[in-house]
Design a protein around this ligand. Structure first.
Ligand code: APR
Length: 237
């Protein structure tokens, strides 16, 4: 049965472009990480097996930079919307900028850079913030600590709960993503056909999700404007 749409529930689906104005690189823009590094040699189980110290160093540097970065106006506007309605953030990003801006419902699909985990079947997680992981630094079960992020070929997390929120949201903002990575991008097929649907990015994704309005520009400029419009409309209910 089609879930009932909740007009005053907002879901934000974010990607690396949301954190670009906080100084963190995206992946596929001209200066993106995967245009200057091989994702297969840095973000795959095969890379971890063959050169773990290189992978560890790559993520240590990213973790430190992500922890030094500050939430931008877009993160802050998304967090402030919680004063007006239910807001659920579904993010492909591994930084903690949504949480540090004040968002309280954040679902990470690709893991979290500020956390480390063991490499056993039932790994334990440890919060690091911006700290490095050393080779030889082990989990309490004795296994080597690794970044608690999802590498290419590993299972994307929280897909079911993310899909449930997208199914009944009355407002959906997709921001700062090229929608090129699946299964994350496929989640947008769950959006209720009656929901308000906006996509903000600097370039129109090749695979625009159906019935989304595309707004071309910077997230730190366009997201606060959209959130202001949503808040004004909701506050007069
Ligand atoms: N404001 C708004 N959008 C921006 C900005 C900005 N300041 N800067 C860049 N963008 C947009 C680009 O137009 C592009 O559409 O952000 C998007 C970034 O796309 P990608 O670099 O592909 O990042 P993302 O879509 O988040 O990648 C998804 O790929 O490698 C994996 O795990 C990684 O989670 C990541 C996934």
């Amino acid at each position: 049965m089609k879930p009932k749409m909740q007009p005053d529930k907002a879901v934000i689906f974010s990607g690396a472009g949301l954190s670009a104005e906080s100084g963190l690189p995206t992946f596929r823009d001209a200066d993106g990480l995967w245009n200057n590094h091989s994702w297969f040699e840095l973000a795959s189980p095969q890379a971890w097996a063959s050169q773990p110290e290189v992978v560890q160093a790559f993520y240590n540097e990213r973790r430190h930079k992500a922890w030094e970065a500050q939430p931008n106006a877009a993160h802050l506007a998304i967090a402030a919307l919680e004063a007006t309605c239910e807001v659920v953030v579904i993010t492909q990003n591994v930084d903690a900028l949504h949480e540090r801006a004040g968002s309280t419902q954040v679902i990470h699909l690709h893991g979290e850079l500020a956390w480390a985990r063991g490499t056993s079947a039932e790994p334990k997680r440890y919060h690091l913030g911006g700290e490095s992981i050393a080779m030889g630094q082990c989990c309490e079960d004795g296994t080597q600590l690794r970044p608690d992020v999802v590498w290419f070929g590993e299972q994307t997390r929280n897909m079911d709960v993310a899909r449930r929120h997208l199914r009944n949201a009355g407002k959906v903002l997709v921001v700062g993503t090229s929608l090129t990575v699946h299964p994350a991008a496929s989640l947008l097929g769950a959006v209720h056909y009656m929901a308000q649907k906006v996509l903000i990015a600097k370039e129109r994704p090749e695979a625009m999700p159906p019935r989304f309005h595309f707004a071309c520009g910077n997230a730190a400029t366009l997201v606060p404007r959209l959130i202001q419009r949503w808040s004004s409309a909701l506050s007069c209910i």
